[in-house]
Every structure is written in C-alpha cells, then in structure tokens.
Design a protein around this ligand. Structure first.
Ligand code: ADP
Ligand code: MG
Length: 238
C-alpha cells in the first residue's frame, strides 16, 4: 500500500499547458477517481503518476519518497488500460504470469500468485484459454489479474470499463470494488462516467483544463459543489 503525493505538478506538450499545477495527497488505501470532460488531462495525470510521462515541473512522492524522475518499474505501481493489451498467443495463465517470469521469480511462487489472482477474479476455469476465447469482461479481468500478481503498492486504472457493454461494465465495476475491499490497496481510477465515480470513489477529483476544480467525497461533491462547473458535471441541483 502507498500514499501518493503530487506537488505543483505541471505538464506541457509543446506550447500547451495540459496539467497546470496540481497539488493532491492520495492516502494509503484510498480509492480516488479522476473525472472531467474529454481532454481535461485525466490520462496525462495518471501517466505522470505511473512514470510513463515526465513532469515539466513539480514533484511526485510515493510513501514520502521522491519518484519524480524514477522509471515506471521502480514506482511499485500497476496500471490497467482501457484496451486490455493481452498477448494474443499466450494462455490466460501465461498472460498473468508473464511479468513475474521476467522478474525471474521461481515457478512455485509464480503458480501460487497466479492461482490466487485467478481465484480473486474468478478466472480459475479459464487459465488454459487464449484471450480470443474470452468475453470482453473476462479479458479485462485477465488484465486486472496481471496487475494484481505484481503485488503493487497502488493500482492505476484508465477507463478500464469503457470497452465493455453496460451489463459487463456493472459486473466488472463490482469486481474492482471487491478487489479494493479485499486488498485494501490504493487505487487511482480515471473515468468520465459519473456512476462509476460516485459508486467507487472514497474521493472524487474533478478536473477541468488541467486544474482541480474540487476534490471531495461523492456525497460532499453532490451536496456542496464549489462552483457551477462541478454542479453541472456531477449533476447536483445547484
Ligand atoms: P483526458 O484523458 O482527460 O481525455 P488527456 O490527458 O488524454 O485527457 O489529454 C489532455 C490534453 O493533452 C489533450 O488536449 C490532449 O490532446 C493533450 N495530449 C495528451 N497527450 C499528448 C501528447 N503525447 N502530445 C501532445 N498532446 C497531448
Ligand atoms: Mg483519457
């Protein structure tokens, strides 16, 4: 588990200020959801935390350690994307085991970890299948399983449900909520879907134009929006 701190984080792409000075402290074990309209900087902020992009200014700390310039694999985080990015020629088992093998973990430990993750995500019956023989929801659960076996100190999700149809989306959302309860891990989750945000989040961060408009519990955001942008985005009666 880990706390994640952003201090005056900025990101520019060429002349464009995409992230304009973000201060945020994500607590150990907290489920934080970034919401906001398309292009407001949600994915960029997540990729900065992951180390997939470098900040233009500011600092990122994980458990109090400065990781601003640390490469992704040194941050102890696992990221789950909207596109599952599974290896098509590998079985579910091998997809989940892949990162552990590249770390040189022994076979027995790998088997234990994969079995545990598969049980957690109800993939036990599918371990021999190839991704193309799975439903979209099952594929996304494999992608989540791949993140789980690495035993990360925090999970980063970028719109993990947006490729799924409505029924699968609801199921997989519950699966993620259950995982959070079970593991107690810090989770940072990007979505543009208010239902996902309201049901999953301990705290919602509303972004607009690369700035935080408000960060608060779902209840407080709904009942006490700071401004009309938040009120309209969350759909509260202000
Ligand atoms: P969101 O995830 O909220 O839809 P993004 O973080 O993907 O928004 O993008 C925020 C802004 O940054 C957009 O205007 C986007 O076009 C721009 N952007 C994102 N990545 C890059 C990049 N690699 N190069 C140039 N512009 C980018
Ligand atoms: Mg995005």
């Amino acid at each position: 588990m880990a706390s994640i701190q952003l201090r005056q984080v900025k990101k520019t792409f060429g002349p464009v200020n995409v992230i304009q000075g973000i201060d945020l402290h994500i607590n150990d074990g907290e489920f934080v959801v970034f919401v906001g309209p398309s292009g407001c900087g949600k994915s960029t902020l997540l990729r900065l935390i992951a180390g997939l992009e470098q900040v233009s200014a500011g600092y990122i700390l994980i458990d109090g350690n400065d990781v601003t310039h640390a490469p992704p694999y040194d941050r102890g985080l696992s990221m789950v994307f909207q596109s599952y990015a599974l290896y098509p020629h590998m079985s579910v088992y091998d997809n989940i085991a892949f990162s552990l093998r590249t770390q040189g973990m022994d076979k027995g430990s790998i088997a234990r970890r994969v079995d545990e993750a598969a049980r957690m995500l109800q993939l036990g019956d599918y371990l021999d299948r190839k991704p193309k023989a799975l439903s979209g929801g099952q594929r996304q659960r494999v992608a989540i399983g791949r993140a789980v076996v690495r035993n990360p100190s925090a999970f980063l999700f970028d719109e993990p449900l947006s490729n799924l149809d409505a029924a699968l989306r609801a199921d997989t959302r519950l699966e993620i909520a259950r995982l959070h309860k079970q593991l107690g891990s810090t989770m940072v989750y990007v979505t543009h879907d208010q239902t996902e945000a309201m049901t999953l989040a301990d705290r919602i961060v509303v972004l607009q134009g690369g700035r935080i408009m408000q960060a608060n519990t779902p209840y407080d955001l709904y009942e006490r929006p700071d401004n009309t942008f938040v009120a309209e985005f969350i759909g509260s009666p202000k």
